[in-house]
Design a binder for this molecule. Structure first.
Ligand code: FES
Length: 180
């Protein structure tokens, strides 16, 4: 049976100078001092490098994937696979407001699935996407550490417990006020 090949990252525009500078800083900070002949040595820096870039730029530009891969002796598909596997990493800039709603087990038992559906309708934004006007990004996340007081959410980096549909309506109204 033929081997299935790993999904390939899409081709896109070249990395910008600030994005390359960010990668250079990430590599200087996180590339471990391991001789190149140690198998997999530099690959251990992949997650710290991705976190550094995401923290600095707000996303991991697809244009940097080949450069990260080359620097860490990985394939583009391996780097792309890690970026797309972890929900934490974004491949595009987030909206002005970021709403993350926990979809892990304990929160699901407290209505997190219906809450996500309500948020998607109220915010006019599909889960895992950014609204076309750039106002809101809505993301599923998997455990925010508030399992006993779910459904839990994080809104613009603030943790929220016992979130209800009314809470989501309040956020939507606040976002609309801040845009006007
Ligand atoms: S399961 Fe939702 S916060 Fe832990």
């Amino acid at each position: 049976m033929p081997r299935r090949s790993a999904p390939q990252p899409p081709n896109g525009p070249a990395a910008t100078a600030p994005q390359r500078e960010c990668l250079a800083q990430a590599l200087a900070l996180h590339l471990p001092d391991i001789p190149a002949e140690v198998p997999g040595g530099s690959a251990s820096a992949l997650l710290p490098v991705l976190h550094h870039i995401q923290d600095a730029l707000g996303f991991v530009p697809p244009a940097l994937v080949p450069e990260i891969a080359a620097a860490l002796s990985l394939s583009r598909a391996e780097v792309h696979g890690v970026v797309t596997y972890y929900h934490h990493f974004r491949s595009a800039p987030a909206g002005r407001h970021v709403v993350q709603i926990c979809q892990a087990e304990a929160c699901r038992a407290n209505g997190a699935v219906a809450l996500m559906a309500h948020a998607s309708a109220r915010l006019a934004c599909a889960p895992g996407h950014t609204r076309a006007d750039g106002a809101v990004t809505l993301e599923p996340v998997y455990c925010l550490g508030l399992c006993a007081t779910g459904p839990a959410a994080m809104v613009d980096d603030r943790l929220r417990a016992r979130v209800s549909a009314a809470t989501v309506d309040d956020w939507a109204a606040r976002f609309e006020r801040s845009a006007s």
